[in-house]
Write a protein that binds this ligand. Structure first.
Ligand code: CO
Length: 134
């Protein structure tokens, strides 16, 4: 159902400092940066092997990542798995009794389509599925 880990999402307070840490110190090339208004974040994507780290900086306090930072501080936010067909996967997950945050895919970065699963169904881990842009 899930092909591979696509990325881990990390909530950050200072995007520039975090890019400097992941790229400059940890050696992961920053390959993409984008404001995703629909999710209330500015995101930076860094390559690590076949996967990515996605740094998420909130556009405002009253956004999901802004509320996460206020509650928990910076840190690991979600794990994302790549899928070939996001609608089919959402159907399979629903059939398996997994609670969804997103009933329908929404727009992710780099033209991907994404949906979040509810952590109460996934052992407390906020889980995203991603259908990468063709
Ligand atoms: Co993500």
């Amino acid at each position: 159902m899930l092909d591979r880990i696509d990325h881990v999402g990390v909530a950050v307070e200072d995007l520039e400092a975090s890019i400097s840490l992941y790229e400059g110190t940890l050696g992961m090339p920053a390959v993409h940066r984008e404001v995703v208004a629909e999710q209330g974040v500015e995101a930076a994507l860094l390559d690590v092997g076949d996967g990515h780290v996605e740094l998420l900086s909130p556009l405002a306090e009253d956004t999901p990542v802004g509320r996460f930072l206020a509650r928990k501080g910076p840190g690991l936010h979600h794990v994302a798995y790549a899928v070939a067909d996001i609608e089919a996967t959402l159907g399979q997950l629903t059939g398996a009794g997994i609670a969804l945050i997103d009933e329908r895919p929404r727009t992710g970065i780099r033209g991907s389509r994404v949906a979040f699963l509810h952590p109460r169904s996934t052992g407390g881990v906020l889980t995203e599925i991603v259908e990468p842009h063709a």
